[in-house]
Design a binder for this molecule. Sequence first.
Ligand code: PLP
Length: 375
Amino acid sequence: MKKVYLDNASTTTIRTEVIQEMVTIMAQDYGNPSSTHSFGRNAKSILELSRKSIAKHINATAQEIIFASCGTEANNWILRSAVKDLKVQRIITSKIEHHAVLYTIMALQQEYNIQVDYVAVKPNGEIDLTNLTDLLAQDCKTLVSLMHVNNETGTVLDLKRVSVICREHNVLFHSDTVQSIGKSKIDLQELSIDFLVASAHKFHGPKGVGFAFVRKNSGLQPLFFGGEQEKGQRPGTEAVHQIAGMAKALEFSYANLDEEKIYISGLKAYLLDQLELEFPSFKINGNLDGFYNIVNVLLPFSEDKTAMILFHLDMKGIAVSRGSACQSGSIRPSHVLAEILSVEDLKKPSLRISFSHYNNLEDIDLLIEALKSMK
Ligand code: PLP
């Protein structure tokens, strides 16, 4: 049975070149970057070259890149220090953020009694920027935290517009860019974003490593205390092989961006054509011009199919993600779809299908065949 992986918003396969790079470093360059002998200096040099390379791809400076263990950690760090150290009194966010942001903000609200406002989300999953501007009329030390690409629906935030709005209102702007770094060009000289976050396993790099972009002179303070690594911003011996793997993965992602984007967009268009053909009353959760590698669809199946759909596809070797509630009640409904779907539609089966350049048309045909057998 051919296995089909269409869950690339969850994680991605590591590029062979990245694995090779990491294996070489693990075998040969095992020094601790903090050591002053040649082994240490060699590891330190790998680390700093990786930082420079990553910074170059997003037009930042190397000192603005701080390595972390994952996107969740980087989001937690930025949000917590913004409240604790930068004395942010209010956070404006949305109910469709990833839990790494939403739950962190909720915890900060409890601990620091900050004001939290949720900007309205339009029925197509987009953030209502008029509402954001209205919310910003209030004058207090504010941070706006809005993700670039939604991991469930693929809706895209206009980073340029939001960064201009934030600058005009003199507020800080943090964006969870975990789904877009490596898949979309980001120029931090053009965009006045204060903080953003990336995770290597989303762009064909290893798990357990990510980075934060922290604008120079932001005043952010560390979450952890210990050594002098990352200039004391994030102590702990650096995972040199992971970081070098991440840098390599990002390099490949940006070197092949245009080509892979065209290819993946073609796969998404083909999937939508096939769904139109076989299930004409399917609906897109979100908007038609969402991000090129993610689509979330509501299938015209009866509600009793909801609980079993992922299991059924898995039995056929097809990996996708659930889009909405599981009827058995054992899985909580998606907090993102709950914001944009009616109560009735939320009970029906929705699927998130997410692509990479490793997919092909046959993968989609197999998915469609499997879905047809469930009709
Ligand atoms: N933010 C978004 C938008 C994500 O999709 C994810 C991963 O699913 C995360 C944050 C968390 O990243 P990590 O797995 O590196 O902790």
